[in-house]
Design a protein around this ligand. Structure first.
Ligand SMILES: *Cc1c(COP(=O)(O)O)cnc(C)c1O
Length: 220
């Protein structure tokens, strides 16, 4: 299957309210351009420097999403252009994003990453911490960031029931937090292996890599 066919196949299945982020980490610009040439404009990367290099080389109407774990000292390399940061899990990180966004006179949209997986390898905040953060006075002072939703990653397992339960947890967290904070609009959940399940459970944004671009090779 070609990148083009893969992409069209996935898009056919997407309800109108679900946004597709094409996760292009480790892939060369020529692969991304194939997706671009069939209309894809949102790309997700998990390394800030890799994203910044691709951003320089590619058309300027692309929206770049940072989906990986973020080192605070690297925020400055993406602050000029990043459209959405998915993996925000602390006030400290928000402070730095705000500081860098201010330098560029921008407001950067962020998602709070909630830990929904059983494994301890997955990053993210507990629901209670997200609630406290959204309520905090500190947050009100940050004029150059906007928290617009939540992101989560399910456990790496074949157990569909467990995955569905984890997605439901995120959806319920979202509904509760949205009652207090009407800026929340996005639920980023679902990857190649589980996006259909995620959409059934209320995802509004899926992050799909290998089903579009093929398996990743980390050995290079
Ligand atoms: C790599 C990655 C994806 C995409 O994974 P695939 O299984 O290749 O679709 C989605 N979200 C995050 C946070 C990732 O790091």
């Amino acid at each position: 299957m070609s990148i083009k066919n893969n992409l069209l196949e996935i898009k056919k299945q997407l309800p109108d309210n679900v946004t597709l982020v094409a996760v292009s980490k480790t892939k060369p610009v020529k692969d991304l351009m194939q997706a671009y040439d069939c209309g894809q404009r949102i790309f997700g990367e998990n390394k800030i420097q890799e994203m910044a290099e691709k951003q320089l080389k590619m058309p300027k109407d692309i929206q770049w999403h940072m989906i990986g774990n973020i080192q605070r000292n690297k925020v400055k390399y993406m602050a000029a252009f990043v459209d959405l940061i998915h993996g925000v899990d602390s006030l400290k990180l928000l402070n730095e994003i705000n500081r860098q966004a201010e330098k560029h006179n921008r407001i950067i949209d962020c998602l709070l990453q909630i830990k929904i997986a059983q494994e301890d390898t997955k990053y993210g905040m507990q629901y209670e911490d997200a609630l406290a953060l959204l309520d905090s006075e500190n947050l009100k002072g940050l004029k150059n960031i906007a928290i617009v939703g939540l992101m989560g990653m399910a456990s790496f397992t074949k157990d569909k029931i467990q995955i569905k339960n984890e997605f439901e947890t995120l959806k319920n967290n979202f509904n509760s937090l949205k009652e207090k904070n009407s800026n929340l609009k996005i639920i980023s959940m679902g990857m190649s292996g589980d996006y259909a399940l995620a959409i059934d459970t209320g995802s509004t944004m899926i992050r799909v890599g290998s089903s579009i671009f093929g398996a990743r090779n980390y050995s290079k």
